[in-house]
Design a protein around this ligand. Structure first.
Ligand code: ATP
Length: 372
């Protein structure tokens, strides 16, 4: 599809799988109604890729779209949509920015959701997401299991030593970080804290990982973050062990400003954070590299509600708000955000996850009607 005449930006749209395309297509009706200076290139839904082209052709189409477009608005995948990993690893989008902000009308389970307003920066490339897994016998063969200590005790204190690494049926996965990548995501989080401080937020960076158990990986991640943060005299730094931090996300979310987390904890804790403001249907995200970014909701493909037209498109629309800011269309971003806020403030056209009976498309129409 060619750019619209006079287009200033080009956005690739990848709807994704299961219920995600319903949220993306509803969001697109809103974006199209805004008459933005953007040319949209809408790719097939996941289910249509296989019918229309080979996996290799689909992957190439997605890669070409990422290379050609200024950014991408993406639904979510269950693996059916090809090529999506290119957005992250191919384009090196190392910082996954996930704002957790309660807005009036969001159906939060918290007694006092007012003022919950922080941003999770999730390291997006490393950690367990490398997907390096295998049989435990490989660990035995590598000699790694011959280390003198395991689980905090010495080899002699474990019945049978560590022979099970060679003999038992078992699996492993590799968790890893590199200094350069942790440093760049920590700098990103510090700069974000600085920007927010200029807007009146506290200017605080909170970092968390399982530092006590995994001192050489998680502990190192937090050490590097602290080192980097020490170079930003206007940014306050604090850290908590991951299990304690999980509790704090619920007990004292108002204390948070910018939160830096390794990949896996960032994934899990952002779902928890979304839960505190009212659910996965409300949490947007953007994945930023040095020179390219793409935008998608925090939630997955919501397979249990696929085809029911009840998926809440708010997370996708708020991701589009982030995208519009990224493209420099700040006024249009604010207009879309205000329209979404107006629909929640009015509370008459909400999807079932928010206690309403509106369909995904009804909600989108209400947002269109609320646009200035
Ligand atoms: P992933 O691990 O792929 O990121 P996830 O755990 O973040 O997935 P889903 O598996 O998509 O999220 O959904 C978890 C639950 O939340 C499901 O019951 C799903 O229907 C619900 N859910 C997710 N997104 C939405 C939404 N936008 N509107 C309504 N319900 C949603």
């Amino acid at each position: 599809m060619a750019n619209s005449p006079g287009a200033q930006s080009t956005v690739g749209v990848l709807p994704g799988d299961d219920a995600a395309p319903e949220a993306v297509h509803a969001s697109m009706t809103v974006l199209q109604a805004m008459e933005l200076p953007i040319g949209f290139e809408v790719l097939p839904d996941g289910a249509d890729f296989a019918a229309r082209m080979s996996r290799e052709e689909g992957t190439q189409l997605v890669i070409d779209t990422a290379e050609r477009c200024d950014t991408v608005l993406f639904g979510s995948t269950n693996g059916q949509t090809p090529g999506v990993g290119y957005f992250r690893w191919g384009k090196q989008t190392f910082a996954n920015v996930r704002p957790i902000k309660w807005r009036p009308g969001f159906r939060s389970p918290m007694a006092q959701p007012e003022g919950i307003d922080y941003i999770i920066v999730r390291e997006n490339l490393e950690d367990l997401y490398a997907g390096i897994e295998g049989d435990l016998s490989e660990v035995a063969a590598s000699g790694l299991a011959d280390r003198p200590r395991f689980g905090g005790v010495s080899r002699t204190q474990v019945p049978g030593g560590f022979s099970h690494f060679a003999e038992a049926e078992g699996r492993y996965a590799i968790k890893y970080f590199t200094r350069a990548n942790v440093e760049r995501v920590a700098h990103f989080a510090c700069r974000l804290a600085q920007q927010r401080k200029a807007e009146g937020y506290p200017g605080k960076l909170t970092c968390s990982a399982k530092t006590n158990v995994l001192s050489r990986t998680d502990g190192w991640f937090v050490e590097i973050a602290a080192e980097v943060a020490s170079g930003y005299s206007d940014v306050e730094f604090e850290s908590f062990i991951a299990d304690d931090f999980a509790r704090r996300l619920v007990a004292s979310p108002h204390d948070l400003d910018v939160v830096l987390l390794p990949n896996l904890y960032g994934d899990i804790f952002s779902d928890e954070g979304a839960g505190t403001i009212g659910g996965l249907g409300l949490a947007p995200s953007g994945c930023f590299g040095e020179d390219w970014a793409y935008f998608e909701s925090v939630h997955g493909t919501a397979p249990d509600i696929a085809g029911m037209h009840r998926i809440n498109p708010t997370a996708t629309m708020l991701s589009a708000v982030m995208m519009l800011h990224h493209l420099g269309h700040h006024d249009q971003a604010s207009a879309l955000e205000s329209a979404i806020d107006a629909v929640y403030a009015e509370g008459q056209t909400l999807t079932p996850d928010q206690g309403g009976s509106a369909s995904t498309e009804d909600f989108a129409q209400a947002v269109i009607d609320a646009l200035p």
